[in-house]
Design a protein around this ligand. Structure first.
Ligand code: UT7
Length: 336
């Protein structure tokens, strides 16, 4: 019997309408378009506005887009894994809310928290349900409303992040397409460099936590940068080597979009030229769990059946990982 692999058979996405550009940001904090473009590479980011709208609002729309594009009925879905660090609520999970909102009446779901590596962790986890034959149709959605945990008086973090959601459909494949290898790593020692201190059980919300601004992302940029350039490239190169892939074999590197300099360093270590590197950080910023599926969505029309892709991410935790997959369909056949 042929091995079953889990293949991505469609991508859907949602980006909120409001666009926050560097000029507006430079009126909010002491920054400039020049600094943000040269140090990070972001021009604009989308921001979800509206009372009571959370991550599930965007994820729901990304899933509806995916179901429509792939002609899939909600009742066909067995499982949904939602990667996010900004769930609507602690509980119930955003995945549960999404099952209800999108009519996935036969599915169960759970959230996966691995920050910027969230989509890779979720994709790898979900793929096991498909490979073992436990599930036939699985949705993996990466979604984050980063604007809900960003301090817009802190110039070191507020230019970096944006809001967005993107979802993929995973289905069994018997022709050697789909996810062929993965590496997932973590090191909690890095937790001191990137975190949101309060709101959990260690520091429940209080007047003091609000006053101290502990409900916002705290990041020691340089420490995270150093670890990111090393670790992201390390796993991407390791997965290439152990699958005997050279740069020529790879159609696209799909990197997490945190900083253009991190992306460039990773591509350079892998020997991948820039035109084979998915980049949309300039438009969307760092949408945390959504960056990689948003890249797949953005570049979908250029992808062809059999293309070799390497996904790679690094993020809070620390967490990092890489996936080697063979793309399963001609993207040009889908219209956005
Ligand atoms: O996705 C999750 C994982 N996160 C990451 O991968 C992010 C990794 N880190 C980074 O991408 C970069 O470290 C940052 C983009 C966060 C910062 O860039 P940097 O080149 O490491 O800057 P820096 O922190 O070393 O700061 C350099 C200077 C400082 O001024 P002084 O001390 O040299 O006078 C900062 O105060 O830039 C200043 N600075 C700014 N200036 C204008 C920091 N933020 C800004 C700003 N506008 N927004």
């Amino acid at each position: 019997m042929k091995n079953i692999t889990a293949a991505i058979t469609g991508v859907g996405a949602y980006l909120p309408d409001y666009i926050l550009d560097n000029f507006e940001l430079s009126r909010m904090v002491d920054t400039s378009d020049e600094w943000i473009m040269t140090r990070v590479g972001i021009k604009t980011r989308h921001i979800l506005k509206g009372e009571g709208l959370g991550t599930s609002y965007m994820a729901e729309r990304a899933i509806r887009d995916l179901l429509e594009k792939t002609n899939t009925h909600p009742e066909e879905i067995d499982l949904i894994v939602c990667a996010t660090v900004t769930p609507d609520m602690f509980f119930p999970s955003t995945a549960s809310l999404l099952c209800y909102k999108t009519g996935l009446v036969n599915a169960f779901g759970f959230d996966m928290l691995a920050a910027c590596s969230g989509f890779i962790y979720a994709l790898v986890t979900a793929s096991k349900y498909v490979e073992t034959g436990t599930c036939k149709k699985v949705i993996v959605v990466g979604a984050d409303k980063m604007s809900s945990i960003i301090d817009y008086t802190d110039r070191t973090t507020c230019p970096l992040f944006g809001d967005g959601a993107a979802a993929v459909l995973l289905e069994p494949n018997k022709n050697g397409l789909g996810i062929l290898d993965s590496i997932t790593r973590g090191d909690g020692e890095g937790s001191k460099h990137l975190y949101m201190k309060a709101g959990g059980s260690a520091y429940p919300s209080s007047e003091e936590t609000v006053k101290n601004r502990w409900h916002y992302v705290y990041q020691e940029g340089q420490a995270v940068f150093k670890a990111a350039v090393t670790k992201m490239a390390e796993v991407a190169v390791e997965i290439m080597e152990r699958n005997h892939l050279t740069a020529d074999d790879i159609r696209f590197l799909v990197p997490h979009q945190a900083n253009l300099r991190i992306i460039d360093a990773t591509a350079h270590r892998m020997g991948i030229p820039k035109d084979k590197c998915m980049i949309n950080i300039d438009k969307f910023g760092n949408t945390t769990a959504a960056t990689i599926p948003l890249c797949l969505w953005d570049y979908e029309s250029r992808l062809q059946k059999g293309d070799n892709l390497i996904l790679a991410a690094f993020g809070g935790g620390f967490t990092w990982g890489s996936v080697y997959l063979k793309w399963a369909y001609d993207g040009a056949t889908f219209t956005k």
